[in-house]
Design a protein around this ligand. Structure first.
Ligand code: ADP
Ligand code: ZN
Length: 531
């Protein structure tokens, strides 16, 4: 580390060889590092896996003093520090998981100038004693990791990040580096403003992952659909299947194993030993499938993940992009596959409404879900829509490597069927002061005299049986699309369907409702076994 300064560039390259054993910088890394080593501030937007860590680790090694890394991912700090120590880097961390003695030791190392890198949780900086401690040592660079957490409209807002503007005020001579993998234009602007980095240079890498094929299919029998996808396209490949609940993680892993696909579960309810063992197998073996909640994947670096499958809808486009981005880091063809259906929409809308959090939180969550739904329902190229969401290549051409490019969905005029659904909801909600879920609405449309239909006299409604032109599955698709388009809303813990302000434009003003045509029989029927 103490080599004589011979121009930041070559020193940085030397550190890259010596410490990390790599030959050359990737993408923008070299430019970012050169800028920061020279003392400049930088805002770095790079997708997950692009190599953000080196952008601050190398300046921390090359510049005199300790590089202070602010990261909200407390659970990863120990691993990050261990990995660096194994490379001979003098690294330490301070967070709430440590006891007094451990913290004291790290403090002493920092003050003695014996640390190259110090990882801190953002809430540490709220404490004046902590700031004083930092003032007594020498700092080479501040790295603000996951910088999007400063954005109140982001999907991951952390109030402690707002205080990070003090870094520039208190240490005006220390270069700052804000890094994130998830930033729309608005978030990007917010990062610069709120962190007080008006003069920072911006480095924006492309978010395109051309080797990943994006596909979103209507959900019918998700486990069977998944199985045939794996058998037909990814037999023997390593991959990750994401589910929302621990229970469905367990059931899906069992189902795959019973059908000849080697799969293990991973979620926070498993004990640490099992989790570590499953993760180790995944990294080591060639063709293991991990079925996981989103807890799996952070900090996992396996280049040959051939597919990422979602059996439940992610809560945001940011989350979807991050999770699917774990596929194909080696640049070889990979698939991001998702099954998505009416229940996903209802469940997530319900969760937002009945969940904790204030009005602001709910509005934010709803906006993120809407963007995710728009991606699911789009008839455009999915990749262009994804990149446009991140403020990139808004008018890029169709990619030719996503489902909507490969087999362009047709649209049809769904105005009349939309009116049928909405007027059924209107009869119940406005005339009878009743609220029901999608199942009852569809039973009424289909003219089914179920016990519940009889019980509420719903066979007496004028709309009873007016929807026999579509099958139940098709009606579910229509309702899902109406929810996604904001023409219907979900209310209450049972997921009752209610009208929105927009519903009236369809009901009374004849607004046209284009709907996406869906395959009549999803590929699920081709899967066999496992019943
Ligand atoms: P990010 O933080 O952007 O998600 P990481 O910093 O974790 O990405 O890097 C992802 C992987 O790429 C790591 O295994 C890292 O060692 C590797 N990597 C980063 N830069 C280089 C490089 N210049 N040459 C080779 N491998 C690299
Ligand atoms: Zn495309």
């Amino acid at each position: 580390v103490e080599t004589p300064a011979a121009g930041g560039d070559s020193e940085a390259l030397a550190a890259l060889h010596r410490v990390f054993g790599y030959d050359s910088f990737r993408g923008e890394q070299g430019a970012v590092i050169e800028h920061v080593v020279a003392g400049g501030d930088a805002v770095v937007l790079m997708p997950t896996g692009a190599g953000k860590s080196l952008c601050y680790q190398i300046p921390a090694l090359v510049r005199p003093g300790t590089g202070v890394v602010i990261s909200p991912l407390i659970a990863l700090m120990q691993d990050q520090v261990d990995a660096l120590r194994a490379l001979g880097v003098r690294a330490g961390f301070m967070n709430s998981t440590q006891d007094f003695d451990e913290r004291r030791m790290v403090e002493a190392e920092f003050l003695a100038g014996e640390l190259d890198l110090l990882y801190l949780a953002p809430e540490r900086l709220r404490l004046e004693p902590m700031r004083e401690l930092l003032s007594r040592g020498k700092i080479s660079v501040f790295a603000i990791d996951e910088a999007h957490c400063v954005s109140q409209w982001g999907h991951d807002f952390r109030p402690d990040y707002l205080a990070l503007s003090l870094l520039g005020e208190r240490w005006p001579d220390v270069p700052r580096l804000a890094l994130t993998a998830t930033a729309t234009h608005a978030t990007h602007r917010e990062i610069t403003e709120r962190l007080g980095m008006p003069d920072a240079r911006h480095f924006v890498a492309s978010f395109d992952r051309p080797n990943i094929q994006y596909r979103i299919v209507p959900k019918a029998e998700p486990k069977k659909q998944l199985l045939s996808f794996l058998r037909e396209e990814h037999a023997g490949d390593a991959g990750i299947v994401y589910c929302l609940s621990r229970n469905s993680v367990e059931r899906t892993a069992e189902f795959l194993s019973a059908n000849g696909v080697e799969a293990v579960p991973y979620h926070a309810g498993l004990d640490a030993g099992t989790r570590a063992a499953h993760q180790a197998r995944f990294l080591r073996e060639d063709g293991l499938v991990v079925v996981a909640t989103i807890a799996f994947g952070m900090g996992i670096d396996k280049p040959d993940v051939r597919f990422v499958a979602h059996l439940d809808l992610p809560k945001s486009v940011e989350g979807y992009y991050q999770e699917t981005g774990r596929a194909g880091r080696d640049g070889l063809p990979s698939t991001a596959w998702m099954a998505y259906g009416l229940n996903d929409v209802i469940q997530q809308r319900k969760m937002i409404q009945s969940g904790e959090g204030d009005e602001m939180f709910r509005r934010r969550a709803a906006a993120h879900l809407d963007a995710m739904l728009a991606l699911c329902e789009t008839v455009r190229c999915r990749r262009s829509q994804l990149l446009a969401y991140f403020g990139q290549d808004a008018d890029a051409e169709a990619c030719g490597n996503c489902d909507t490019c490969l087999s362009p969905p047709e649209t049809w005029d769904g105005t009349v069927v939309a009116q049928k659904v909405l007027s059924t909801v209107w009869r119940l909600e406005r005339e009878r002061r009743q609220k029901f879920g999608a199942g009852q609405i569809i039973d009424i449309l289909l003219g089914r005299r179920t016990a519940k239909v009889i019980q509420f006299d719903h066979d007496q409604l004028s709309v009873f049986g007016i929807g026999e032109e579509l099958a139940e599955g098709e009606w579910r698709g229509v309702v899902r699309q109406l929810l996604a388009q904001g023409l219907l809303a979900v209310e209450g813990e049972y997921g009752a369907l209610v009208l929105t302000e927009e519903s009236g434009t369809v009901l009374w003003h004849g607004r046209e409702v284009p709907l996406r045509k869906e395959p009549k029989r999803p590929t699920a029927s081709r899967a066999s076994g496992g019943g």
